[in-house]
Design a protein around this ligand. Structure first.
Ligand SMILES: CSC[C@@H](O)[C@@H](O)C(=O)COP(=O)(O)O
Ligand SMILES: [Zn+2]
Length: 203
């Protein structure tokens, strides 16, 4: 049996995300790196839970330009930022879950600190619940170019690994390939749910 291509795996991940209810009402966007200069991004405004291969548009990573003339995600700049900053990144997933949306508003600081959870080990390089994983939180901004600049500046002095939260908006997460991005997305979402519950119960 042949291994499914990265695009086939991305489409399967989008359907899984949709079934989980993590991309309601056309929210969310997803991409894979095609090569050093291009990525394939979901078309803007589509229901991400029922995407097909035709719904992914080639985009130039350096310029955000889509040679086809079709409209890639409104958040294209956030995907291409990750591909520019991390040459090893092969897939980027952005979701709108209730936990990510709410927790990013409860957390008033510049980063969400996760510690004490075994499931931290779903994140690449993490080997113990005793470590602290910092997930940066940025204020949401409808001006994506400005948001990209802010995240890029922040990455110079604050670790940017696995993913980041946009306040009141959602999670953007990546990996070396679709499988890793998907595992880390699921791991982070689980951790966010735990953190929401912990804060609720501990007050
Ligand atoms: C459905 S409202 C959310 C959008 O504004 C945006 O945040 C989003 O995630 C989807 O935008 P899209 O342009 O379809 O990729
Ligand atoms: Zn979004």
């Amino acid at each position: 049996m042949t291994t499914p291509s990265q695009l086939e795996q991305l489409i399967a991940a989008c359907h899984w995300i949709g079934q989980k209810g993590w991309s309601p009402a056309t929210g969310g966007n997803m991409s894979i790196r095609q090569d050093e200069t291009h990525c394939l991004l979901s078309e803007s405004g589509k229901d991400k839970g029922s995407l097909t291969g035709d719904d992914f548009i080639p985009v130039v990573i350096a310029s955000n330009h889509a040679p086809s003339g079709r409209q890639p995600s409104a958040e294209t700049g956030l995907h291409t930022l990750i591909y520019r900053l991390f040459p090893e990144a092969g897939a980027v997933l952005h979701i709108h879950t209730v936990n990510a949306t709410v927790l990013s508003r409860i957390e008033k600081g510049a980063a969400l600190a996760l510690s004490g959870y075994e499931m931290q080990k779903t994140l690449r390089g993490q080997t113990s619940h005793e470590a602290t994983v910092l997930i940066p939180v940025f204020d949401n901004d409808q001006n994506i170019a400005r948001l990209v600049t802010e995240i890029e500046d922040s990455a110079r002095h604050q670790p940017l690994k696995y993913g980041f939260l946009l306040r009141g908006h959602g999670l953007t997460c990546w990996g070396r390939d679709v499988a890793e991005a998907r595992r880390q997305l699921e791991g982070l979402e689980f951790l966010f749910e735990c953190e929401v519950q912990r804060r609720l119960l501990e007050g």
